[in-house]
Design a protein around this ligand. Sequence first.
Ligand SMILES: Nc1ncnc2c1ncn2[C@@H]1O[C@H](COP(=O)(O)OP(=O)(O)OP(=O)(O)O)[C@@H](O)[C@H]1O
Ligand SMILES: [Mg+2]
Length: 267
Amino acid sequence: MSEKMEQYRIHQEPYYRSTGDEVALYEAAYSVRMPMMLKGPTGCGKTRFVEYMAWKLGRPLITVACNEDMTASDLVGRFLLDAQGTRWQDGPLTLAARHGAICYLDEVVEARQDTTVVIHPLTDNRRMLPLEKKGELVHAHPDFQLVISYNPGYQSLMKDLKQSTKQRFGALDFNYPEHVTETEIVAHETGVNGDVAGKLVSIAERARNLKGHGLDEGISTRMLVYAGSLIAKGVEPLAACRVALVRPITDDPDMRDALDAAVTTYF
Ligand SMILES: Nc1ncnc2c1ncn2[C@@H]1O[C@H](COP(=O)(O)OP(=O)(O)OP(=O)(O)O)[C@@H](O)[C@H]1O
Ligand SMILES: [Mg+2]
């Protein structure tokens, strides 16, 4: 493994609490180098899962946060000008393909479709990446795998993935864990006791029931971890919940009051 890749290695086991058979399914998918797509709401554990799988499979992990300004060159690479002249610099996708890393494209629908198509030759049986500007054809390392994530709720019709992109991937659905599991995660991540963690999860469950009824998205596991961390630091639970759970997800005064009321039934 080259020095360049060392920074992408995950040396310590990330804490990941599985919620079903996703670990075994991912291992099977990796064994046949199937590109994978992780679908699910924000803050439900997708990134943590990829970190855990990269560690378990012993592969370096290269993550790219996608956005609509991203170009194909941002993924593939470009010529840079320096004192010695021009020098090619591999982009994250090329780096991963060359060295056998797992490449994780986070929120891939945010990228424009003309950017997304550069992954096509890497995600079918060709497993190669043409660097057109450089005139090189990179054959993917046997250990290379591509993973993408997206939140199916957020897309407009304009911002969906093309079928020709989607159909290159196997997909795993993620969601907030069930009560006992999520309580365990919140307690583990923050240090609050099981009783407090369980109350936080119950508040989130109430808010999740309001999704589509005045809330665009429920309270995520990530937000519960924030709230728990504040409480563990000594912040009074009511204040912690207002700051970390309620205020971020709504601007509507009635919804805010309803959620604050839900908080006071537990704390
Ligand atoms: N199954 C789990 N095991 C351990 N920790 C979890 C799990 N699910 C969620 N978490 C906790 O929730 C936090 C948020 O999860 P993560 O960052 O993986 O969300 P995500 O699905 O990638 O969200 P986004 O779509 O916004 O990127 C993690 O940092 C971790 O503390
Ligand atoms: Mg993420």
